[in-house]
Design a protein around this ligand. Structure first.
Ligand SMILES: [Zn+2]
Length: 238
């Protein structure tokens, strides 16, 4: 695990607002504005395993979500992303507050969030949590890694793959440059990206050999043919 050297508080404050956008995005149900929304837990496997998100409650939408393995969390009631209840509507995280306050303010609510989501949304830091002062007991003893961008120096990511993507898209680094930086900084981008799983999975597929159709012996049979003599047409007989 690579932990970057500590930055100054000033640099830390300049960190990109991506985590706030993430919290906003996860809290924004896609669909009709009039649709009532609630919290759901995402399936326990796959991307964002077990994360809490906001989605609509129309029967058709719910049927689709259930098929995917989403679990509704009715105990926190309906969520209205439009309601303004933030203590400071001007604050950067006010839009996130609107959707996340109902669950964060209810007993047992903060405990619903998996550590990976708290890290990605940076709610482990009270400054970025929409409801400051909320305690997340599941973070006790958790460790996190910050991969700082060597170009911006004010942006960090919790996953090496996200830093690699940022270096490629924002700074036009190529694969070789990213690999070289990884060697220098002690980040194994390939290993981090695969999260311990084998990055390369061998798979062999071979078609079964085509077996030729067995040649059938010609059928011996007597053929008796009946063929009526060609009848002269009416025209010819007249
Ligand atoms: Zn950068």
């Amino acid at each position: 695990m690579v932990v970057s050297p500590p930055r100054s508080p000033a640099a830390d404050a300049l960190i990109s607002q991506q985590h706030v956008q993430l919290a906003r995005m996860l809290g924004q149900a896609r669909g009709k504005v009039s649709e009532r929304c609630m919290y759901y837990r995402k399936p326990p496997k796959g991307v964002e395993a077990g994360w809490i998100v906001v989605q609509g409650t129309n029967a058709e939408r719910q049927a689709g979500l259930f098929m995917k393995g989403f679990v509704p969390l009715q105990q926190y009631g309906f969520v209205n992303p439009q309601s303004v209840e933030a203590p400071d509507p001007e604050a950067d995280n006010a839009p996130a507050y609107r959707t996340w306050a109902p669950i964060l303010l209810k007993p047992g609510g903060p405990e619903e969030f998996p550590v990976s989501q708290l890290i990605e949304m940076r709610w482990y830091d009270a400054r970025y949590c929409p409801v400051p002062g909320v305690r997340f007991p599941q973070l006790e003893g958790a460790s996190l890694t910050k991969f700082w961008c060597p170009e911006c120096e004010t942006i960090y990511y919790h996953k090496a793959i996200h830093l690699a993507r940022h270096l490629r898209s924002s700074h036009e680094w190529d694969r070789a440059e990213i690999g070289a930086y990884g060697q220098e900084a002690g980040i194994n981008f390939a290993k981090e990206a695969s999260e311990g799983r084998a990055a390369v999975e061998a798979f062999e597929y071979s078609m079964p050999a085509a077996t030729p159709e067995p040649a059938l012996p010609p059928i011996q049979m007597d053929v008796e043919e009946f063929r009526a003599p060609r009848r002269a047409s009416n025209k010819e007989t007249r």
